[in-house]
Design a protein around this ligand. Structure first.
Ligand code: PRX
Length: 587
């Protein structure tokens, strides 16, 4: 540890007593049945339904409490109570039912952060269909891959975003209904689409959620791997136990909180912590529709009196760049707790939080597949800057290594050793499959462990320290990008013979997507071709996925079996030793 720990005061000095008062005793006493007892269950013993626990439970008890405060980029505010959210999601559930959409059918949302998005998510969950969120900055190809693979029957989107869908519609034979909405503005008549508002107006406000089993499907998030197209990590309704408990312990949510999660709802943080954790904990959830900007964000913190803020390292580093004085020109004194996820949070950023806001950022670690926070720095516990923290109650992570003698993966007992970060299966929000790819799902489990794909160390006091990924997946601004997806898009350009894609270290975004391209005969490298390729990829993939840099090479290094050696491209880019190149094909 290079930095001094941030020592927390005794419990009686907290203005709001932390829910997780003592990490050790809460872990020792943990029991998921006791957590279940804090939730409701559907009337008549119908089980845990995510939408009931997040919305209807509170609509029944505190109907007039503001559930969602929607803040536009221009600063306009619309409040929705828990009762409003219940009615709106009931209408959406009825609209789905009227369309004949059934349990387990896939319903996708491709929208910016508008109230209709949230009604669609909970309405889908009430109908026991599977909700699949899509990042609104995606280009047509990532949208096509996901809708095609999941056989989505319904897509809810806006007229503006439908422009990206129209061009791929012919590739989506299973997509029966495209529902357009524009937050109250009448949508244009576009062939092959229906206005959502018309369906909602005709739908009843009453909806009885069908009995929901613990293992009924709930949410599906596509996530990238090293090879192949993105995989649909699918979750179940009983995951709500994990959303609720991590909201309570890792984000220290109390019902009186005004909470803001900056993640986009197209990614898992935007659902698990933009919707499920806050609403199961009964808070007022601030939804800011605007984009990133230091002043705009501080204005939200100030004007909305945000008490708990969950954001990400790239954003924090950009805020640091804007300077501490900008923070100080706003009143952020309502803030009680700040957390971060998605990439390594450098110690400087943790400490900058302290300097700028008077409280540190609390890093935590999890994945699309884990569905909930697994390792965290807690309000009551000292922070070791640079560490992801310690495991949640009910979660058993370990550093494991392959033992050549026994042929098995085994947990490393001694501290300080680098190895694969693994977790004992059994936490409620664990993904249950990669959709239609059970084989790949099974490959993530070895010798009784779930293999996360990350490398890490654990210190003597049980704090985990991130080391890196063990695969080629790129983490750019907290979003995972599969190199294969980007390579596939590039080779569709007429000039490109082969493409290899890596993550290039970047001081702000952690990594940027960088491509190496070999051209077909008859094409020559030039700046204009480079710009054309970047533009081509951006139109197909969207700006967050497309490469920011392209280098031309005469040919790409490949194994004898023809696989592009991304590891070697990366080593050469970084000027590092090339490692074992014995499988490299001869030129
Ligand atoms: O590599 C780790 C990194 O992000 C991956 C998970 O990304 P995704 O499935 O998109 O989930 C996003 C929601 C958390 C991890 O395997 N990662 C996440 N949190 C951290 C992190 N790396 C370092 N420190 C973290 N706190």
């Amino acid at each position: 540890m290079d930095h001094q720990p941030i020592v927390k005061p005794p419990l009686d000095q907290f203005s709001v007593p932390p829910n997780l008062d003592n990490w050790k005793t809460r872990r020792a006493a943990h029991n998921w049945d006791a957590v279940r007892a804090e939730l409701d269950g559907l009337p008549n013993g119908g089980g845990l339904n995510l939408a009931h626990e997040a919305i209807d439970r509170h609509a029944n008890n505190t109907p007039d409490k503001v559930a969602m405060r929607w803040v536009t980029a221009a600063g306009a505010v619309e409040d929705y109570t828990y009762a409003d959210m219940k009615r709106l999601s009931n209408r959406f559930a009825n609209a789905l039912r009227d369309l004949g959409i059934q349990k387990t059918d896939r319903v996708f949302v491709f929208m910016d952060r508008t109230p209709e998005l949230y009604a669609a998510v909970f309405g889908t969950l009430k109908n026991l269909s599977i909700i699949g969120p899509l990042f609104s900055a995606f280009g047509p190809e990532p949208v096509r891959d996901r809708l095609q693979h999941s056989h989505a029957r319904v897509l809810v989107t806006t007229p503006a975003l439908y422009k990206k869908v129209g061009q791929i519609r012919a590739d989506l034979p299973h997509l029966e209904h495209v529902l357009l909405t524009d937050h109250g503005v009448t949508v244009p008549e576009i062939p092959g689409t229906q206005p959502l508002d018309t369906l909602l107006d005709a739908a009843s406000e009453e909806f009885e959620i069908p009995p929901t089993a613990a293992e009924d499907w709930s949410v599906m998030h596509y996530t990238s791997g090293t090879t192949g197209k993105p995989k649909g990590a699918a979750h179940v309704h009983s995951a709500v136990l994990g959303h609720y408990l991590t909201g309570k312990y890792a984000l220290d949510l109390h019902p009186e909180d005004l909470y803001w999660c900056t993640a986009d709802p197209g990614w898992v943080t935007g659902t698990s912590y933009g919707m499920f954790a806050p609403w199961t904990n009964g808070v007022t959830n601030i939804i800011y529709a605007g984009g990133f900007g230091a002043r705009g964000w501080y204005r939200v913190l100030q004007d909305q009196q945000v008490t708990v803020w969950y954001t990400a390292p790239t954003a924090i580093r950009m805020l640091m760049k804007a300077g501490t004085a900008v923070v100080k020109s706003f009143d952020t004194s309502a803030l009680r707790f700040m957390a971060s996820v998605g990439e390594p949070l450098n110690p400087e950023a943790v400490l900058w939080g302290h300097e700028a806001f008077g409280i540190p950022f609390h890093d935590n670690w999890w994945q699309t597949e884990t569905g909930m926070i697994m390792i965290a720095n807690y309000a009551s516990q000292d922070i070791r800057p640079g560490s992801m923290g310690r495991p949640m109650p009910g979660v058993e992570p370990a550093i494991i290594q392959h033992n050549e003698a026994t042929g098995k993966y085994e947990a490393v007992v001694e501290p300080g050793v680098e190895g694969d970060l693994a977790v004992r299966p059994g936490w409620p929000s664990m993904f249950r499959t990669y959709w239609e790819d059970q084989e790949r799902y099974a490959s993530r489990f070895k010798d009784g462990w779930y293999l996360t794909g990350d490398r890490a160390r654990r210190d003597a006091d049980g704090y985990f320290w991130f080391v890196g990924r063990s695969d080629d997946v790129i983490n750019t601004a907290g979003h995972l990008v599969g190199p294969f997806e980007v390579e596939s898009a590039l080779i569709e350009h007429e000039a490109v013979a082969e493409a290899g894609v890596i993550g290039k270290p970047d001081p702000i975004a952690m990594e940027i997507v960088k491509a190496f391209v070999a051209l077909k005969d008859g094409y020559a490298p030039s700046d204009s071709l480079r710009n054309e390729l970047i533009g081509f990829a951006r139109r197909k993939l969207g700006p967050g996925v497309a490469p920011r840099e392209i280098d031309f090479l005469p040919s790409l290094p490949k194994t004898r079996s023809g696989k592009i050696m991304r590891r070697l491209l990366k080593a050469r880019e970084l000027g590092l030793p090339e490692g074992d190149t014995s499988t490299l094909e001869d030129d």
